[in-house]
Write a protein that binds this ligand. Structure first.
Ligand code: NDP
Length: 281
C-alpha cells in the first residue's frame, strides 16, 4: 500500500509554525495585514475568501476585507490597489480570481506591488523564480514542495513529470522542481505519447483539470503521485485528476483528494504573508 501524503496534517503543522513566528514578530513590534479584495459575489470565490480570512485570524495577522460590487470598473479596482500599495500598514494584497470579464486580469496582477504580491503571480515574482532570485512563489506549487519535503521524499536527481503548464500551477511547479534539482519534463495538451512520458516519472505531478484522467497505465511502479486537480460532482463529492483507487496500489506515495494538495494552498499563502511581514521589518 502506498504512503498517503497527508496535506491536512502538514498544512496544520505549517500554520502552527507560522502562528509562532507571527507572535515573535509582534513581540518585536512588527504587525501584519493582508488586504483581500473580491469583486462580485461568485459563491466559490466567497468560500475561498472566507477560508483565507479564517487562516489569517488563526495565525494572528489582520485581514482587511474589500468586497466590491460586480460593476466595479478596472480603473476603480486599480485605484484601490494603488492606495493599498502605498499603505505601510498593509504588507500583502490579494485579489481573488477570477475577476469579472470586463476587468483585465493581467493588468490587475501587474498593478499589485511585487513586494506585496503574496499570491506570487506578478511577472516580477515569476521572473525572480525563473532566474533563481528571491520573490514570492505561487502558493499551490510551493505547497507541493512542502508536501514532498515533509514526507521525506527526495527530489534531487529524480525524474519529475509535470502534467499541465498553467501560469499558476504547471509552470511554477516545474521551475520549483528544477530549483530542487529534479530533472523536469513539462507536458501539455500537445504532448505526444503522454502515457509513455508520464511513465518515466519518479515524481508525477498532475494539474490537468480533467477528472480522473490519469489511470494506472500512466504511472511507473513505485512512483510518487501528486494530484492537484479538484472536481466536485453533483453530490458534492470531491475527486482529482488521478484515478486514485486504481493508481494508489502502484505508488510509493500519493496525495488523496480531498486532503492532499488542497489544504496546502492557504497554508503557503499564510507563509508568504509572514515573509512579507519579515521583509517589511
Ligand atoms: P488549466 O486549465 O489552466 O491548465 C490545464 C493544463 O493541462 C494546460 O496546460 C493544458 O494544456 C493541460 N492539459 C489539458 N488537457 C490535457 C491533455 N489531454 N493532456 C495533457 N495536458 C492537458 O488548469 P490549472 O493549472 O489552473 O488547474 C489544474 C487543476 O488543478 C484543476 O482541476 C484545478 O481545479 C486544480 N487546482 C487546484 C488547486 C489547489 O489548491 N488544489 C489550485 C489551482 C488549481 P495546454 O496548455 O496545452 O492547454
Amino acid at each position: 500500500m502506498a504512503e498517503l501524503i497527508d496535506g491536512k496534517r502538514i498544512s496544520s503543522e505549517i500554520k502552527d509554525e507560522l502562528k509562532q513566528k507571527v507572535a515573535e514578530l509582534k513581540a518585536q513590534g512588527v504587525t501584519g495585514a493582508l488586504a483581500v479584495i473580491q469583486v462580485g459575489n461568485d459563491p466559490a470565490s466567497s468560500v475561498y475568501v472566507r477560508n483565507k480570512k479564517r487562516a489569517c485570524e488563526y495565525i494572528g495577522i489582520e485581514s482587511l476585507s474589500y468586497e466590491l460590487p460586480e460593476e466595479t470598473t478596472e480603473d476603480e479596482l486599480i485605484a484601490l490597489i494603488e492606495k493599498l500599495n502605498a499603505d505601510d500598514k498593509v504588507n500583502g494584497i490579494l485579489v481573488q480570481l477570477p475577476v469579472p470579464a470586463h476587468i483585465n486580469e493581467d493588468k490587475i496582477i501587474g498593478a499589485i506591488s511585487p513586494a506585496k504580491d503574496v499570491d506570487g503571480f506578478h511577472p516580477m515574482n515569476v521572473g525572480a523564480l525563473t532566474i533563481g532570485r528571491e520573490g514570492f512563489v505561487s502558493c499551490t506549487p510551493a505547497g507541493i514542495i512542502q508536501l514532498l519535503k515533509r514526507s521525506g521524499i527526495e527530489i534531487a536527481g529524480k525524474n519529475c513529470v509535470v502534467v499541465g503548464r498553467s501560469n499558476i500551477v504547471g509552470k511554477p511547479m516545474a521551475l520549483l522542481m528544477l530549483r530542487e534539482n529534479a530533472t523536469v519534463t513539462i507536458t501539455h495538451s500537445k504532448t505526444k505519447d503522454l502515457r509513455e512520458v508520464c511513465k518515466t516519472a519518479d515524481i508525477l505531478i498532475v494539474a490537468i483539470g480533467k477528472k480522473e484522467f490519469i489511470d494506472a497505465s500512466y504511472v511507473k511502479e513505485g512512483a510518487t503521485v501528486i494530484d492537484v486537480g479538484i472536481h466536485r460532482d453533483e453530490n458534492n463529492k470531491l475527486s482529482g485528476d488521478v484515478k486514485f483507487d486504481e493508481v494508489e496500489p502502484h505508488c510509493h506515495a500519493i496525495t488523496p483528494v480531498p486532503g492532499g494538495v488542497g489544504p496546502m494552498t492557504i497554508a503557503m499563502l499564510m507563509s508568504n504573508c509572514v515573509e512579507a511581514m519579515e521583509r517589511s521589518r
